[in-house]
Design a protein around this ligand. Structure first.
Ligand SMILES: Nc1ncnc2c1ncn2[C@@H]1O[C@H](COP(=O)(O)OP(=O)(O)OP(=O)(O)O)[C@@H](O)[C@H]1O
Length: 347
């Protein structure tokens, strides 16, 4: 568990940042200039805030009397620009952290294998692609034997192809190494794929934080995430294949049909249902082409965004203010959510 609380004043911005990051991937999300990099720098020991307390797994990194050096904090950093040493080979870059952490050398082969760095070892950073450089930067951060990895927009400088190349490595870090990661991003798709917890920042402050699914299903937070991205993430379990090839899944609100998925029964998935792909009806609709109609109860209405309870999960529907009135949508009203399209994310 990372515990962060600090204040710092820059000429144009006063920061007052407080949050906790449990295990898994915590995404620090917010508009440009809100203070995300400053928070990362304070945690990594690259900036001393005016005041504050930062602790990692109960180990004090910073308070009025303590200010551990970046090396002593056991935090591996990966930035947007890989920040490799240009005059050193990839192997020498990777071995660099073992100067102050001799134990890290033991993990060299394992991490080189995991990130498929073997073919790059003799090359210099200038000869690598952006994606390869980031993979080396991730390897170097892991070889410092960190207790936490902080990544400040590690994919921002890469094109879509290179991003797609790196993403599975990040998922492996999360799922196989189980290293806690603090991940700064502007990108909702990245956050959706990687994060377990989200910390939303605005103008130097944390406005909200919580589990990813909870943050996504909060209609009041949709403007901060981007209106087009408003929508929920719900769990589903593959049940089986229908005779026409469609896949039947179980959700908290009952069964749903998805396009053909080559996945065995029992596999757990996450379904991304965008608010503008959901229509609401007070009576059970008949003669619809949409396949998925789920019984839901309205839990909140914020403007045109309606939060719905689907069993113990929450989803969102985007409707017009006129429909809110016409359907008399208010908390407690039972209705039917017609889901026009769903995208499937791995669990
Ligand atoms: N060393 C500094 N001196 C003065 N102001 C600074 C300094 N570092 C950052 N700032 C200011 O503090 C604010 C927060 O910057 P920060 O880099 O933390 O934002 P950010 O959320 O990471 O932005 P981005 O997403 O664009 O990287 C900005 O207004 C920035 O100009």
């Amino acid at each position: 568990m990372l515990e962060v609380a600090f204040r710092h004043r820059f000429p144009g911005l006063s920061l007052d940042v407080a949050f906790r990051a449990p295990g898994g991937v915590t995404a620090l999300f917010g508009p440009s200039g809100c203070g995300k990099s400053t928070a990362i720098n304070a945690i990594a020991g690259l900036l001393r805030p005016d005041q504050g307390r930062i602790a990692l797994d109960g180990r004090l990194l910073l308070d009025g009397a303590t200010n551990l050096s970046p090396q002593a904090r056991r935090i591996g950093c990966v930035f947007q620009d890989a920040r490799l040493f240009p005059h050193m080979t990839v192997a020498a870059n990777l071995r660099y952290p073992s100067r102050w952490r001799p134990g890290a050398a033991r993990d060299f082969d394992r991490i080189v294998g995991m990130l498929a760095l073997e073919p790059l070892l003799k090359r210099r950073p200038g000869t690598l692609s952006g994606g390869e450089r980031q993979r080396v930067a991730i390897g170097r951060a892991l070889l410092s034997d960190p207790a936490l990895l902080v990544m400040d927009e590690p994919l921002a400088a890469l094109d879509e192809g290179r991003k797609a190349e790196i993403m599975p490595w990040l998922e492996r870090l999360r799922d196989q190494i189980r290293l806690p990661i603090l991940y700064v991003s502007h990108s909702v798709p990245e956050v959706l794929r990687l994060a377990t917890t989200v910390v939303l920042m605005r103008q130097g402050r944390v406005s909200h934080s919580g589990p990813l699914a909870e943050i996504l299903a909060d209609p009041a937070l949709a403007p901060q995430l981007g209106a087009r991205e408003a929508g929920a993430l719900i769990r589903a379990t593959v049940e089986g294949r229908e005779p026409d090839g469609m896949t039947r899944v179980a959700t908290a609100g009952g069964p749903m049909l998805l396009q053909e998925l080559d996945l065995p029964p029992g596999r757990v998935l996450r379904l991304r249902i965008l608010a503008h792909e959901v229509m609401l009806a007070r009576a059970a609709p008949q003669g619809l082409s949409a396949l998925n109609v789920l019984p839901v109860t309205v839990t909140r209405v914020e403007g045109g965004l309606v939060q719905l309870a689907l069993g113990d999960e929450r989803m969102l529907a985007q409707v017009t203010p006129r429909s809110v009135k016409a359907l008399e949508l208010q908390p407690g009203i039972a209705c039917h959510a017609i889901v026009k399209s769903v995208s499937v994310l791995p669990s």
